[in-house]
Design a protein around this ligand. Structure first.
Ligand SMILES: [Zn+2]
Length: 250
């Protein structure tokens, strides 16, 4: 191994083919953030990079820094989420989450947190036991919270009321209004009790417990709409994977 190479784990967020058997990968790493790296000849079946450079592979990479991007010298698989590609809904959700992570391009400590969150969500998709709407809402809310857009969730911004049958989360400002204050402000409540409980849980609980909550079908519908709106409001541009995802997972 050369002295100037870097060894890092990383999750492949995107792969782009070029020439006949090369790929350019977008990889989320805990310390370098989101990087581009070329994997030469990695589409040849017998190439040593073949299996570790696929989409959603979590691998250990040996990288050589270059002027525009890294070159992958070696790669070894740590984890493959085989279940993701077994359904079109799971696959399109994974593409959407990966595109959002790449668009946010977290750095420093945020990159390591984002990587853990995304690995956790891909695992849930792959296992196929969790409602995909839950996985989507968890990722959207938690990723925004960790990338500098944590909403103020403790109580109503105006009167400090803590609970009630209906609340409004302002997707732009990230503030809560209780039913009365929302009405005075001309806003329609978008959360019920269950959705607000889940929202607080997802944004504030420790990593390991992030999926440890139950939610009714009705509350999940409200949570899903708010989570998506909140995430997309804070992104600079629309995600390419969004329309297709909505067509298979409305
Ligand atoms: Zn209030």
């Amino acid at each position: 191994m050369q002295m100037d190479t870097i060894v890092t784990p990383g999750l492949v967020l995107k792969e782009t083919r070029y020439k006949e058997s090369d790929r350019i990968l977008t990889i989320l790493t805990p310390e370098l953030g989101v990087i581009s790296a070329s994997a030469q000849s990695s589409l040849r079946l017998k190439n040593k990079l073949f299996s570790a450079c696929g989409l959603f592979c979590y691998s250990e990479f040996v990288l050589l820094p270059g002027r525009n991007m890294y070159t992958i010298r070696e790669a070894e698989v740590r984890n493959v989420f085989h279940g993701i590609s077994s359904t079109i809904e799971g696959m399109s959700l994974a593409m959407y989450l990966a595109e959002m992570a790449a668009a946010l391009s977290p750095t420093g400590e945020e990159a390591a947190k984002e990587l853990r969150l995304l690995l956790n969500c891909l695992y849930m998709i792959s296992e196929g036991k969790t409602d995909l709407h839950v996985v989507k809402a968890v990722f959207e809310l938690r990723t925004m919270s960790e990338c500098g857009f944590l909403p103020q969730l403790v109580c109503c911004k105006i009167c400090e009321k803590y609970d009630g049958p209906a609340f409004y989360l302002d997707p732009q400002e990230g503030i809560l209004l209780c039913e009365d204050c929302a009405k005075k402000a001309g806003k329609t409540c978008n959360l019920d009790t269950g959705a607000l409980y889940a929202l607080r849980h997802i944004c504030l609980v420790e990593d390991k417990k992030i999926f440890a909550f139950k939610i009714s079908v009705g509350s999940l519908a409200k949570l899903s709409a708010v989570a998506e709106r909140y995430a997309l409001t804070h992104l600079d541009k629309p995600l390419k994977s969004y329309d297709f995802l909505k067509s298979v997972l409305p």
